[in-house]
Design a protein around this ligand. Structure first.
Ligand SMILES: Nc1nc2c(ncn2[C@@H]2O[C@H](COP(=O)(O)OP(=O)(O)OP(=O)(O)O)[C@@H](O)[C@H]2O)c(=O)[nH]1
Length: 343
């Protein structure tokens, strides 16, 4: 993802996380302070202190919260309420008047004491406590929603680009290892593939062979039918060769119209047979040109511990001989002994 949108996404995400945290602490506080202000507001409208009048106003506004009526109807005296947890109460200065009782809200709770004044003189106090539970529940619901939104954003801005990056990485790796026209392995991968097969062949004592083949007069095909048709020939030839090789063989586009087969468990006689079969197959294949397409091939058995480079030189020399001998044929590379003799 580009730098700009990533910064915006990060700011957004952290903003949401911070808001969620802040709400957990803020909502209960705001909730309590609203309730306190509501009570204080009612008291401020009373010119002369009258506990009953005040509480009736309070009850009218908030019957759920205030239980004064219950206490009054029950005719409870202060002494009788002493053992009962007091939720809110207004005491006259003589301390005799109980005007409200109720169950204390289950903790955690916040409480406050508001002084009651008569002509500026404090004559009693109103004590109120607010349960944090509803406020906490609200803040947890909001915080959870924000957390879910934050997680969604993380998935959106982090996970999806990461997946795209992985896809892009594997696409780049594929491009680095394959030829774009035919989809075959390219010559850079051939080196490591050859080394692996050579090590295996040395360790388990089997033979490894190379077959290098090249389309005959391919320039003529391009010149006569056009480059696009030439590309089509390369693709069709690839398909035919892929159907011919064994699953353990590796088919590589070695150069323009040159292909290499790395063939494990193959001795020189088998390699020559394999090459001849492929040659005949291509010779019979219809490439839609109205004329035959043929290939020339060189084969070689790789000597133990030898490098790809040295074997390519040998098999290339064999292919060159096949071309010189008239094309559409297979030639075997010289063995080390034969090369020694010719020197
Ligand atoms: N269409 C097409 N042509 C390519 C590609 N790569 C190489 N060539 C062509 O392959 C031709 C190879 O020509 P030469 O090296 O003269 O070989 P040739 O004509 O096949 O002759 P011999 O190999 O001697 O039989 C050239 O014309 C290249 O332009 C490709 O990817 N697509």
């Amino acid at each position: 993802m580009a730098r700009g949108p990533r910064i915006i996404a990060n700011l957004l995400r952290w903003g949401i996380v911070t808001a969620a945290m802040a709400l957990i602490f803020l909502i209960p506080t705001v909730h309590f302070s609203l309730e306190r202000n509501f009570i204080a507001g009612i008291l401020a409208t009373v010119s002369e202190f009258d506990a009953q009048e005040i509480m009736e106003k309070v009850i009218a506004r908030n019957p759920e919260l205030w239980r004064y009526e219950e206490a009054r109807l029950a005719g409870l005296l202060r002494q009788e309420t002493l053992g009962i947890p007091v939720r809110q109460a207004v005491y006259a200065s003589d301390g005799d008047l109980v005007i409200g009782i109720g169950r204390y809200p289950t903790p955690p709770s916040l409480s406050t004491r508001i002084p009651l004044r008569d002509a500026g003189v404090v004559v009693g106090s109103l004590e109120t406590s607010a349960s944090l539970e509803p406020a906490l529940r609200t803040s947890f619901v909001i915080a959870s929603l924000l957390a879910v939104t934050g997680t969604f954003l993380i998935v959106l801005f982090e996970f999806i680009p990461l997946r795209r990056l992985r896809k892009a990485e594997s696409a780049v790796q594929y491009m680095a290892e394959h030829d774009p026209l035919t989809g075959l392995l390219n010559r850079y991968v051939a080196e490591s593939r050859f080394d692996q097969e050579m090590k295996r062949a040395d360790r388990y004592g089997f033979q490894l062979a190379l077959i290098l083949f090249d389309i005959d007069h391919f320039k003529h095909i391009n010149d006569t039918f056009g480059h696009t048709k030439g590309d089509d020939v390369l693709r069709r030839l690839t398909k035919a060769a892929e159907g011919h090789i064994r699953s353990t063989d590796a088919l590589v586009r070695w150069g323009g119209e040159e292909f290499l087969i790395i063939s494990p468990h193959t001795d020189p006689a088998m390699a020559l047979t394999q090459a001849e079969k492929l040659r005949r197959l291509i010779e019979r294949e219809d490439f839609g040109l109205g004329e035959r397409v043929t290939i020339s091939l060189g084969v070689c058995a790789c000597e133990p511990g030898s490098s790809l480079q040295s074997n390519i030189e040998r098999v290339d020399a064999a292919l060159y001989r096949a071309k010189c001998a008239g094309r559409n044929r297979s030639e075997e590379a010289d063995t080390a002994a034969e090369r020694q003799k010719s020197l």
